[in-house]
Design a binder for this molecule. Structure first.
Ligand code: OGA
Ligand code: NI
Length: 363
């Protein structure tokens, strides 16, 4: 067993260090600040109080919202949704229960620590080994399956926190409905044989949700580190809840730009398996987290993914002589194993999934 333990970022920050350890120092690409030129699309889902009630839409309303989602998935890979139907009070409960986790004494949190080969639990970096060239990131996280409940690793579940389980149960149910709505819209946009087609491709009822709760403490030298290194998400679709502290950035036309904080909004992003299923129509975009000198930041990424045994490849309706498959198919579990082994790697993982001849013809 390799030496896996290292100091938590929260502990470094709480100890008030002024110079960060060299393992964290890296070259950080600059942010491009021009909010007038680039704004991630904000889409009003008009869902009132519960996301399951989208049957009440009239056709024009549905079509207009669906067109905005499809355009954003193609042109941005990232968008924000407002009036998504998830009550503010539920969101506040999820946030409180997870803050309580990070406020537990160090030894209590360490009881949930993850291992080098398995990211489930409390951790500080994926794909890191002390003898590699990899740099550490200025953030700690809690990672586990949240839905369906029997996928949770209960040995890493903070059962003692009041409302953690109940708020995650309710939040997962709401997010499952939103993921299904998004996949329905995207299936229609791709002209697939049924509106349930993408949902079926990711396992239907067997698909799962995982949460990564990110905690980025203040950093004395924020320009020398990243909170979360550039990556695209390995799963199908991600819905991210964040506090009102900026820090999430995406790479747009080569430049790193901020995703603006919008009260009550959730951020949606296309992830690698959706790019593959859509044969490149929907884009899984590189993103990162930056940190601040005097403010901490939290975010809650929920990843929708197929079971590990499901083979993911471009949908066959999208393939013909003019449109060859741009990606190789792979079992999702294989893709994920590579992701966790190598760690965050920009668009490296999806690049590896590209067909070799499509790389040649594109270059
Ligand atoms: C992630 C992620 C962004 C953020 O956890 O995959 O991209 O703002 N998080 O923390
Ligand atoms: Ni991400």
């Amino acid at each position: 067993m390799e030496n896996w333990a290292f100091t938590r970022v929260q502990t470094l920050a709480d100890n008030g260090i002024q110079t960060i350890p060299p393992e964290y120092v890296r070259r950080v690409e600059k942010t491009h600040h021009d909010p007038n030129r680039f704004q991630v699309p904000i889409i009003d889902l008009q869902l009132g109080f519960s996301s399951q009630q989208h049957d009440h839409f009239c056709k024009d309303q549905y079509d207009s919202i669906a067109a905005q989602i499809s355009r954003a998935a193609e042109n941005w890979g990232f968008f924000q949704i407002i009036n998504h139907g998830i009550p503010d009070s539920l969101i506040a409960r999820v946030q409180e229960a997870s803050k309580a986790f990070f406020q537990l004494p160090t030894q209590e949190k360490e009881a949930y620590a993850n291992e080098a080969q398995n990211p489930i639990g409390y951790g500080s970096k994926i794909g890191y080994s002390p003898d590699s060239e990899a740099k550490l990131e200025w953030g700690d996280y809690y990672y586990n399956a949240i839905w369906p409940p029997d996928m949770r690793d209960m040995s890493k579940w903070p059962i003692q926190l009041s409302d953690f389980t109940e708020s995650m149960d309710e939040y997962s149910r709401e997010l499952s409905k939103l993921f299904e709505l998004l996949m329905e819209v995207l299936s229609r946009d791709l002209d697939l044989e049924s509106e349930n087609s993408l949902n079926e491709s990711v396992g239907g009822e067997r698909k799962g949700l995982h949460i990564r709760i990110n905690y980025y403490p203040p950093c004395p030298q924020p320009d020398l580190v990243v909170g979360l290194a550039p990556h695209s998400d390995p799963n199908v679709l991600t819905i991210l809840l964040r506090d009102q502290t900026p820090g999430l950035q995406i790479r747009k036309d080569g430049a790193w730009i901020d995703v603006q904080c919008v009260p009550g909004a959730l951020v949606v992003n296309i992830a690698d398996q959706m790019e593959i299923l859509s044969n490149g129509k929907f884009k899984s975009i590189e993103h990162r987290g930056v940190v601040h000198k005097d403010r901490s930041r939290m975010s809650w990424a929920v990843f929708c993914s197929p079971p590990r045994d499901v083979l993911v490849s471009p949908k066959r309706e999208l393939i013909d002589e003019q449109h060859p498959p741009l990606y190789q198919g792979a079992a999702y579990g294989e893709y994920l194993t590579k992701f966790f082994k190598k760690g965050l790697d920009g668009k490296g993982h999806i690049h590896d999934a590209k067909q070799q001849d499509s790389l040649v013809s594109n270059s």
